[in-house]
Design a protein around this ligand. Structure first.
Ligand code: AKG
Length: 208
């Protein structure tokens, strides 16, 4: 059956997990979407086996959630909680997994109930991924998970970033973890603070 493994993997022995905190391939995208100063609020792994239940549609721009917003002002994107989802195994077109209503991060009306619980598929689309693919989406997008039907496991790592002043989860990064990070990674795992309070020249990183 399905299983959602919460957090923990950044503390594992393998450096490869911690290297994803400041993934140089992803950095330009996060900078464009979140601005220069953002933080990794929380992360978890999804491990779904055949029979894993769906996660119904959630998010969406309406009703408005002040932490899961998406706006454009003066040609600049502003996004609240923003997800970088690494597929570690293939997600084929009929396997299940991530789905969304494209464009719903700009919706002015709530998602009809029959779409929300997949009674009607409506405009919901499934997004297939190959192992190694990365999907970036704002939590303001109406999204969910189709039941997992494939024989192989779905394994995905979800990193949830926010603008530097926003915190979702109570801050609980351990000294052991912080001591294993470089300065850039520490900045991204630091406590919330206003973007004005960073001084890139002197930033020493979070104290372990
Ligand atoms: O990748 C997925 O299946 C979506 C997961 C999701 O919506 C969530 O964790 O909030």
């Amino acid at each position: 059956m399905g299983e959602k493994v919460r957090a923990g993997f950044l503390e594992w022995e393998e450096e490869a997990f911690r290297e994803l905190i400041a993934d140089p391939i992803i950095k330009p995208y996060l900078t464009e979407i979140l601005g220069r100063h953002y933080r990794l609020d929380h992360e978890y792994a999804i491990v779904h086996r055949r029979g894993a239940k769906p996660l119904y549609l959630h998010g969406g721009a309406t009703p408005y959630d002040p932490g899961q917003y998406y706006h454009v002002r003066n040609d600049i994107m502003y996004s609240g909680l923003t997800v970088v989802s690494y597929a570690l195994t293939d997600i084929g077109p009929s396997d299940g997994g991530f789905c969304c209503i494209p464009g719903s991060h700009k919706a002015n009306f709530p998602v009809p109930e029959e779409y929300e619980r997949f009674q009607e598929i409506g405009p919901t689309v499934h997004v297939a991924q190959k192992a190694g693919d990365v999907l970036i989406f704002t939590e303001a997008l109406c999204h969910g998970t189709f039941a997992w039907t494939a024989v192989h496991e779905r394994r995905s790592l979800l990193f949830k970033y926010a603008p530097s002043m926003i915190s979702w989860r109570e801050y609980d990064r351990s000294a052991a973890l912080l001591s294993r990070l470089n300065t850039e990674q520490k900045k991204i795992l630091d406590t919330p603070r206003s973007p004005d309070r960073y001084d890139d020249e002197t930033y020493e990183g979070a104290e372990p």
